[in-house]
Design a protein around this ligand. Structure first.
Ligand code: BES
Ligand code: MN
Ligand code: MN
Length: 488
């Protein structure tokens, strides 16, 4: 059985939308492309040096103590785009600034909007890093630093590819806009607001995002689906203060006991989430997808070994790829109550709390999940316990149509940059703003990930393969040529 391909989608495209029928521009001829490729090779070391400079800035969006660093990273990206001769703007928001840039408009050519993020996750636990998170270090062809793959390294490929065009051909072959934000890792709230108010400024034919992974080393991919997320914090309150567990235990409800029970009851032994109606809106996997994923021959053992476990559980009836890509999941992200210090303390804690989240798939929505969660929790609260449920960032999952000339252009570009055609995959992670792009801009979203699944995103020793950094840049430079062949 063949791995998922685009052939049957292409057959359904109107002839006018097929690339083969378009006439290439003079500026996208073979000579200029090889000139561009040569330029990229000649600048390898400088590109890496620039990436290091950006990686040295600890732009941790979740930590207000780093607000100045976040701004420094915004300025770095802004100045870099400005130096290319683009029209740029640093846009202030209620949170961290947005960087916007635009190439000189060429009428009749399509417009691509590059989206990426310059903010990073907190680096803790610090003592597990081999080299410090904000001192980028190269080992075995990988660059190690927080943000290396997520998303500074990946995002930079689309800036460097523009540089190659500007410095060789003198201009880009199409219209390119850049929108690089600093709140992706905390839910993209400011960008969400900006998007509803300024959709016209962002008008485009396609959105280009490199903030995902390849299927594996040497197996580049186009991601056509992302999971969404619904994130919560639950606080259970019992007695007015901590109590002696001998004097009160067994007679007074212990919020930690209740929390443990409630959190455990959210999922059953078959890995099925128990919230009412949770699966009602879930779009099932198509037989074609199931066959395609099967044919990818995912290495389950290697996957377990990568994270150091000897087995795993999940929703029964689904493969590992299906569970990660196309089925919803539930995870506790943080848990606290009672005594955490050295030795034993016999306490009945007054409070217990947890952070937990659901990964969603199309067409589930965070709003539905919130309502179902309240409906599930409230009747289960025993006497003596009250709850506070806080609702954090949420976004629905997305599926991108592969029936698009832009996808074909991206596939050609990837083949040029990586020397092999892409696979079509989904991703278990979320990029919350993608749904809003599809809604407000009506544009096709191209998720062209240059990362690898063992890049340690959000973990100690995050890395990015430098060869993929350069291959991604080469693919991006080719992408501008490929997209330019499509009528705007
Ligand atoms: N780049 C990731 C999304 C991603 C995760 C892609 C894993 C490929 C593999 C993005 O920066 C991210 O971490 N998103 C968050 C969103 C959340 C903070 C709302 C996520 O998925 O947890
Ligand atoms: Mn990211
Ligand atoms: Mn991330």
């Amino acid at each position: 059985m063949a791995v998922l391909d685009r052939q049957h989608y292409i057959e359904s495209l109107p002839a006018s939308k097929r690339l083969a029928d378009a006439t290439p521009l003079a500026v996208t001829d073979a000579t200029s492309m090889s000139e561009i490729d040569d330029y990229l090779v000649s600048r390898h070391d400088d590109f890496e040096a620039d990436l290091c400079e950006l990686l040295r800035i600890p732009s941790i969006s979740a930590d207000s103590a780093h607000a100045d660093d976040v701004r420094r990273a915004a300025n770095w990206v802004h100045d870099h785009l400005q130096a290319l001769g683009l029209t740029t703007e640093l846009i202030e928001t209620a949170g961290h600034p947005l960087v916007f840039a635009q190439s000189e408009q060429i009428p009749g050519k399509p417009t691509a909007l590059v989206y990426g993020h310059y903010d990073v996750q907190p680096p803790d636990p610090l003592d597990e890093w081999v080299s410090p998170p904000f001192e980028p270090t190269v080992r075995d062809g990988n660059i190690y630093a927080r943000g290396a793959t997520d998303d500074k390294g990946q995002m930079l490929t689309h800036i460097k590819s523009a540089e190659a065009w500007m410095k060789t051909v003198g201009q880009l072959p199409l219209n390119v806009k850049y929108l690089i934000e600093g709140e992706e890792e905390v839910g993209s709230q400011s960008l969400g607001t900006f998007l509803t108010e300024h959709a016209a400024r962002l008008a485009c034919d396609c959105v280009v995002i490199s903030d995902t992974c390849q299927f594996g080393p040497g197996r580049p991919a186009i991601t056509y689906g992302l999971r969404g997320i619904a994130y919560y914090e639950l606080l259970l309150k019992g007695p007015q203060q901590d109590l002696h567990s001998g004097s009160f235990g067994g007679a007074i409800t212990n919020p930690a006991n209740v929390l443990a029970r409630l959190l455990a009851e959210i999922v059953d032994g078959e890995g099925r989430v128990q919230l009412p109606g949770f699966y009602d809106a879930v779009v099932p996997l198509t037989p074609r997808e199931r066959e395609g994923y099967q044919a990818m021959a995912f290495d389950d053992e290697g996957f377990l070994a990568q994270v150091g476990v000897d087995g795993a559980i999940g929703e029964s009836g689904y493969s590992t790829l299906e569970r990660r890509w196309a089925r919803p999941s539930y995870d506790i992200n943080g848990l606290w109550s009672g005594y955490q210090g050295e030795g034993a303390k016999t306490v009945l804690p007054a409070r217990a709390g947890a952070k937990f989240s659901f990964r969603l798939v199309p067409n589930q929505t965070p709003e539905q999940v919130t309502a179902a969660l309240r409906e599930f929790l409230e009747p289960r609260l025993p006497p003596g316990i009250t709850m506070e449920l806080k609702d954090f960032h949420g976004s629905p999952g997305v599926l991108v149509s592969l029936e698009s000339p832009y996808i074909e252009a991206a596939a050609n570009a990837i083949e040029h940059g990586f020397g092999t055609a892409p696979l079509y995959i989904r991703e278990g992670g979320s990029i919350p703003i993608v749904t809003s792009f599809a809604e407000h801009l009506g544009a096709d979203v191209l998720l062209l990930g240059w990362g690898l699944s063992d890049d340690n995103t959000h973990s100690p020793n995050e890395k990015f393969c430098l060869a993929d950094f350069h291959r991604g840049t080469k693919a991006s430079a080719q992408l501008w040529a490929e997209l330019a062949k499509i009528c705007g």
